[in-house]
Design a protein around this ligand. Sequence first.
Ligand code: F6R
Length: 579
Amino acid sequence: MCGIIGYCGLSQAAPVLVKGLRRLEYRGYDSYGIAVSNRDIAVSKRQGKVSEGERDARSIRGKIGIGHTRWATHGVPNDRNAHPHTDCRGDIAIVHNGIIENYAALKRDLLERGHTFRSDTDSEVISHLIEEHYTGDLMKAVEDALPLLEGSYAILAIARGEKRIVAARQSSPLVIGMGDQEVFAASDMTPILEYTERAVFLEDGDIASLDPRGVVIRNSGRVVVRPTELIDWSFDDVKKGGFRHYMEKEIYEQPEVFSNTLRTLKREEVPKWLRKVKRISIVSCGTSFHSGLLFKYLLEEICRIPARLEFASEFKYFPPPLSELVVGITQSGETADTIAAIKVAKSYNCPTLAVTNVLGSSITRIADHTFYTQAGPEISVAATKSFIAQLAVLMHIVDELSGGTLTESLERANRAIEETLLLDMERAVACCQDAAHIFFVGRGPLYPVALEGALKMKEISYIHAEGYAAGEIKHGPFALLSEETPVIALCTPGPTYNVMISNIREMKARGTPMIILGEDGDWDLEEIADVFISLPSHDLVTRILAATVALQLLAYHTAEALGRDIDKPRNLAKSVTVE
Ligand code: F6R
């Protein structure tokens, strides 16, 4: 979703801002803009891709500036609605992430008081409110204006004649990068990494004044000090490194990501209270929901701990009666629904645990304890390596709670991921690429993997794909099976193997092309399959991981064959920071 970048230092701001906007593209956007302060404030903004208007924007001179990639929520995507927004005279410019819930009432009052609006956005009220309070001190004007806003925001503001940026945060991420005589602000570290590894994460209610000499942060009228953290992600982590797409690079990083995550976890103590939990609730969205479903399965099956899984977006409005540990799983740590669900859990006095990939992200500031995944920055919108890293954390927890039942398998796991990466998907891709619909089916722990495979396929190839528990296919979806509807079946040894074979035969009898993922040497399956993919797996852990990675490859190569915009699929945002 929307991205923010700010620069104040000794260099020209516009090139830094434009490069920053390119790095933020992965979050998803429909328009962009920058404002740079010199004698006046110059604004360049438009609908479309940064690359299309980059030259104009870069040419603006000045050493203080703010930039924004917009994902439309209030007002259609067009040049006018792109940020930055200015006040009536063009002396103040702001960029904003989040939603101003009371903007309609504020706008009505501002119009009555004679303000001129140039956009249909909720954000523009902010520049006009700051204008009303401005008497030559931007920090004070922002402090006076913000209490009038209801909703969520990360804001950067500049004013003509002031050599600083004022930043503010409420329920929307904002990080400050501390350089040498220069300072940056952004919605995440991606655009800052090439300049500095020193970061200060703002807390809710913080308002900060940023200039090349340093940063002053105030909260509720008092100066506060926030720690400077060292971010060990490198700039190389956010480059493509010879791969055609970030998604491909990120898929191939998975063996390392899995073992790095496990290695880091082994150095940490599992909190004592976690060992005593009697029930667990899990909240998450999208791909993180699928890792949550696997976690539920493993907790119940292996640890015999009852677990409930809820979509974070539902949990917030219909929280079940609960008193147990609530686990929020989120790659970004910023997904609004997951954050809201964890806040609800806290209001019930439940202990909370976060599993996230992003140091200092919002969820880490709310949850009682955080386990970090070591996936590094995930640029492609489709989650791959962050999912595998989540599985490393969740399987590690299960291993700890069950007295080491998974230890050996976890040690062998990254070998299985490496071998899966060598699989040839050509025949499976040929079978999928012209389909209008595809079903993914599995049972038990391979059911969440089927759901995740279908999600990957639909989001990057735009082919309609549905994940099903194989037994459910007969209760309706069977009506859709035909020679044009391939089914991807996950069928590995285990308690459901025989019944899965029966399901596969029934589907095959409807003429359905069957792509089967099974284990090496399974001649029966090979005979039934139109395309057989042999997984290098030998136990529960490696079956889950190998099947996941194989389906990622299938989705990736299918999307590639169809010429899709793989890293930035249409209509999708990397980080969904509105509910
Ligand atoms: C799919 C995908 C999304 C995210 C979902 C939750 O590939 O990336 O479904 O998994 O938006 O995001 P996080 O994990 O950041 O809470």
